[in-house]
Design a protein around this ligand. Structure first.
Ligand code: ATP
Ligand code: MG
Length: 362
């Protein structure tokens, strides 16, 4: 039996709804990619049945010692969480955000990639040449969880406060990360997104730190853009974009817009990184559990597969990751498209086409 030089231990959390379907597809494609790569490594998957079913049985989205269980893995491959009957903030905070925060995954990288054979709503003839990446500050900002609800006799009802947290350290690290990422790209440019005209504390700090960090990267072009203007820019002038760095909420919204422009939420990939590698990083499609199509075998697996390619990058196998991305392009170019992209292929059809494309590289 051939010896395998390296086996990576991957924790899989399919979660809810289509999470199960797309994670299974992603595993099949990544295993095939590892097998045909000629690089001496394998992925060993350990499945953790956490999510809304687990919540129904135990009152928790994951066990109390869940983070300890995950800590020993090389990476986490995640599907989606959220199901009717479980409040969204419970499913999100009980699992996904618990992992992001517990493992200090402060950088969330969300590429916006246009594939051949997929019609963008932009309908630009050259849209297959577009690609940019949204870097989302993933540890503080608007999702810091600060605030509370209280009854106020004076207001005659409840009053809720939801605060944002911006720290100089948090801003600086996400900006350095973005500038370093820009240096690896053809177009060396970082656009910083805020609403600093209306939010005058945190976002002005963000702008100040951006200017200071930019001075260390004279080779990288910069601009500061308000989030509303950036939303319009995504649609009107996407060719001007390369790296777009934004706070937690703004980047969440912009990356959904980006994936919709690229054809579907179903193709968007995402990496939640702990860049210091003190803890495992987590790779997941941008989309949610899609209860409206779950269980029918029609979910688009490309977002999960492309997230798996980002996991291969992270594990140190960028050429295998590129082979997976090439297989995605070959599959879309051949017209093997799920319903969200206007086709009639099933999850299984796309998965088989991806595996076949890996075996016969273009
Ligand atoms: P979340 O709150 O977790 O982000 P959401 O409520 O924003 O979830 P999704 O579950 O992502 O919503 O679904 C939004 C829409 O996109 C739905 O119509 C869903 O069917 C569609 N969708 C999501 N993922 C896929 C996929 N992999 N393939 C095809 N369609 C998808
Ligand atoms: Mg959403």
């Amino acid at each position: 039996m051939p010896s395998t030089a390296r086996t990576y231990r991957i924790a899989t959390i399919p979660g809810d709804g289509v999470g199960r379907e797309v994670v299974d597809a992603g595993r099949a494609v990544l295993d095939a990619a590892a097998r045909v790569s000629g690089e001496d490594f394998a992925l060993e998957w350990t499945e953790l049945p956490w999510g809304s079913d687990h919540y129904g049985r135990t009152g928790r989205m994951m066990p109390a010692d869940g983070l300890q269980t995950l800590e020993g893995f090389d990476a986490i491959y995640f599907g989606a969480v959220g199901w009717p009957g479980v409040p969204d903030h419970v499913s999100l905070w009980g699992l996904r955000l618990a992992i992001c925060q517990g493992f200090d995954q402060w950088a969330n990288v969300r590429p916006v990639v246009f594939h051949p054979g997929v019609t963008s709503p932009l309908r630009k003839a050259d849209s297959a040449d577009l690609d940019w990446v949204v870097v989302r500050e993933n540890s503080e900002g608007e999702y810091a969880g600060l605030g509370g609800r209280n009854f106020s006799a004076r207001e005659g009802g409840e009053v809720a406060v939801q605060s944002s947290l911006f720290t100089e350290t948090g801003c600086e690290r996400i900006m350095r990360f973005s500038f370093e990422l820009a240096r690896t790209r053809d177009r060396k440019k970082v656009a910083s997104v805020t609403k600093s005209n209306a939010q005058q504390y945190g976002m002005v700090l963000w702008d100040d730190v951006f200017r200071r960090v930019a001075a260390d990267y004279p080779d990288v072009e910069t601009e500061s853009v308000l989030v509303d203007a950036m939303a319009a820019r995504f649609v009107l002038a996407p060719e001007s974009l390369s790296v777009v760095v934004a706070s937690n909420l703004n980047a969440d919204i912009l990356s959904d817009l980006g994936s919709a422009l690229a054809g579907s939420l179903g193709i968007a990939a995402s990496a939640n990184l702990n860049p210091e590698r003190r803890y495992p990083s987590m790779f997941e499609p941008v989309h949610g559990s899609a209860p409206d199509i779950a269980g029918r075998g029609v979910a688009n697996p490309i977002g999960a597969v492309a997230s798996g390619a980002m996991m291969l990058d992270h594990l140190g196998h960028p050429e295998v990751a590129d082979a997976v991305r090439a297989a995605i392009d070959a599959t879309t170019a051949a017209g093997v498209l799920t319903a969200d992209l206007g086709g009639s292929a099933t999850t299984e059809d796309v998965t088989s086409a991806l595996v076949a494309a890996l075996r016969e590289p273009a």
